[in-house]
Design a protein around this ligand. Structure first.
Ligand SMILES: Nc1nc2c(c(=O)[nH]1)N[C@H]1C(S)=C(S)[C@@H](COP(=O)(O)O)O[C@H]1N2
Ligand SMILES: [Mo]
Length: 280
């Protein structure tokens, strides 16, 4: 494979997708951060009584309502950033760790026959499910990037990944819009594009939900290599998701099925109370 890798901040037409610093959203974020510090100070005044009050509030999606509201506000803010195509920092390939730590094996315990494996995609708005082989994904432009994998448990590592952009997959296969339009230009997607994508392992024991801006983000890869080698089973062979603006929990290993949705799809860790967006 001597195809030259395209850096993820460059679009397929060679356009540099990075944003100039100091945008309106940067300013909004700073203002909000200042406001949340004031909010935290007031919360401190409330002390233990306030804490008891908080924990006794009605729960929304398994989290006391006031916490859930903060999580949702953070989710909205990070969504706003994504619309401005913020990019995760990239590193030199040599800065990647030689031995990549593994974490999480939900959905990986059933037997896998790599030759029989297919990625099964249910088109948005109905129709027959379509199957893709690893060769189909490898036929898309190969993109290589060295980015940080941040686990929500508090550790992070720099990893070299290679795969196909999810957006290139949706540009070639018109499965994400009701009218069957492909995504030709990330900035001007079809009007009837699905707002959400749900991905599960073949046994459906691990599953994540993603919003469409994340799916179309230039650093969101259908990934088949780590450090220049095919993925091992523990890292999600034959194909996994990598999306470095999100915590590791969203980087589903061993993709089985993909489906488009009008509402937020089920998400393994969101069901345990983590922020559904899981941006950082
Ligand atoms: N199928 C599946 N994918 C998963 C998980 C899992 O339990 N099952 N854990 C996630 C978590 S919490 C992290 S941090 C990353 C770790 O990826 P790695 O094992 O390749 O380092 O995988 C993610 N993808
Ligand atoms: Mo994680």
């Amino acid at each position: 494979m001597d195809q030259k890798p395209i850096p993820p901040h460059v679009s397929p037409d060679g356009e540099d997708l990075r944003l100039p610093p100091g945008s309106a959203l940067d300013r909004e974020a700073t203002r909000r951060t200042r406001r949340s510090f004031i909010g935290l100070g007031l919360a401190g005044l409330g002390g233990v009584l306030g804490w008891r009050y908080l924990l006794n509030r009605p729960q929304i999606e398994g989290v006391p309502a006031p916490f859930r509201q903060v999580l949702n506000a953070n989710g909205r803010l990070t969504q706003a950033y994504l619309r401005e195509t913020r990019l995760a920092p990239e590193f030199a390939k040599s800065q990647g760790v030689a031995k990549v730590r593994t974490n999480g094996s939900a959905g990986l315990t059933s037997a896998l026959d790599p030759a029989a494996w297919r990625m099964v995609v249910q088109p948005y708005g109905g129709g027959k499910a379509q199957e893709f082989t690893l060769a189909d994904i490898q036929a898309l432009p190969r993109v290589e990037m060295t980015t940080e994998l941040k686990c929500i448990e508090g550790w992070s590592i720099v990893v070299n990944w290679a795969g196909a952009r999810f957006s290139d997959f949706l540009a070639k296969y018109p499965l994400a819009s009701r009218s069957g339009q492909p995504v030709k230009d990330i900035a001007n997607p079809p009007a009837d594009l699905a707002p959400y994508v749900g991905i599960t392992t073949p046994d459906e024991k691990y599953y994540v939900g993603l919003d469409m801006p994340t799916v179309l983000h230039p650093q969101t890869l259908l990934c088949y290599e780590i450090n220049g080698q095919p993925l091992s089973l523990a890292h999600g062979a034959p194909l996994r998701l990598v999306t470095p603006l999100k915590y590791g929990i969203k980087h589903l290993k061993r993709i089985g099925t993909i489906a488009f949705a009008d509402t937020k799809p089920a998400d393994y860790w969101a069901e345990q109370g983590y922020d559904w967006y899981a941006s950082h």
